[in-house]
Design a protein around this ligand. Structure first.
Ligand code: E4P
Length: 218
C-alpha cells in the first residue's frame, strides 16, 4: 500500500520526501489556504515547487464547478508537471470531466467520495484514484472503513483499475485498517504519519540496549 502526505506545507513535504516513506502528496483548496497561498500565480508556483521534490503523484484540485471551467483548469494543472494528478470533485460535471481527461491520458483523483455508488461512477468514468473520506463519515457516525471495504469489493468484482485513495485520516488505526481492507493508497497528515515511527516500548527498549552496552563497554 502506498502512503501519501496530505498537506500543502512545503517544509513537511520536503522533510518526509527525504525519509522514503511517502509515495505522493495530496492537497486541497483548504490545505492551500492554510498555508496562505493566494492567487493563481502563487498556486502554480507552489505546485511546481512540490513536484520538483520528486515525491511522486501530487494531487492539485480544480476550483471551477462548470464543465468548461473545470476542464480548462484541469489542462492547465496537468501541463505544470508530469506528476500532477488533477483532483476533481464528485459532481455530474466532475464525472464528465474525468471521462474526458481519461481519454487524453490525464490522471485524475475524484474527491469528496462518501458512498460506494459515487465510487462506482468515478471508476466507470476512468478516474485514476477515488478519495473516500473516512474521518468525515465517522464525524457523522457513519462507517468510513466500511466504505473502503465496499468499494474494494466492487472494484475487484468488476476489475476496475481505479485506485482507492483513502482520505480524511484521523489516526494510525485508520491507516492500518485501510491496509487490511486493501486500500491502494492512504493519504494522511504529517502529524499522523510521523507517529507511525513511535511506540513507548521501542523507546524504552532502545534506552535499555544502549545502557547495557555502555555498562560493559564504557
Ligand atoms: C485529501 O485528499 C482530502 O482532501 C483530505 O484528506 C480531507 O481531510 P479532512 O477531512 O481532514 O479535511
Amino acid at each position: 500500500m502506498k502512503l501519501f502526505l496530505d498537506t500543502a506545507n512545503y517544509p513537511q513535504i520536503k522533510e518526509l520526501s527525504q525519509t522514503a516513506i511517502i509515495d505522493g502528496v495530496t492537497t486541497n483548496p483548504s490545505l492551500m489556504a492554510k498555508e496562505g497561498i493566494e492567487g493563481k500565480e502563487n498556486w502554480i508556483k507552489h505546485y511546481t515547487a512540490i513536484c520538483a521534490l520528486a515525491v511522486g503523484p501530487v494531487s492539485a484540485e480544480v476550483i471551477a464547478l462548470d464543465y468548461k471551467g473545470m476542464l480548462e483548469e484541469a489542462y492547465e494543472l496537468a501541463s505544470l508537471h508530469k506528476n500532477i494528478v488533477v483532483k476533481i470533485p464528485m459532481t455530474k460535471n466532475g464525472i464528465k470531466v474525468i471521462y474526458e481527461l481519461a481519454t487524453k491520458g490525464i490522471k485524475t483523483n475524484c474527491t469528496l467520495i462518501f458512498t460506494a455508488a459515487q465510487a462506482l461512477l468515478a471508476a466507470k468514468a476512468g478516474a485514476t484514484y477515488v478519495s473516500p473520506f473516512i474521518g468525515r463519515l465517522e464525524d457523522i457516525n457513519e462507517d468510513g472503513l466500511g466504505l473502503i471495504k465496499s468499494i474494494r469489493s466492487i472494484y475487484d468484482q468488476f476489475h476496475f483499475e481505479t485506485q482507492i485513495l483513502a482520505a480524511s485520516i484521523r489516526n494510525q488505526n485508520h491507516i492500518v485498517r485501510c491496509a487490511e481492507l486493501g486500500a491502494d493508497v492512504v493519504t494522511a497528515p504529517y502529524s499522523i504519519l510521523v507517529k507511525m515511527f513511535d511506540h513507548p516500548l521501542t523507546t524504552k527498549g532502545l534506552e535499555q540496549f544502549l545502557a547495557d552496552h555502555k555498562r560493559l563497554n564504557g
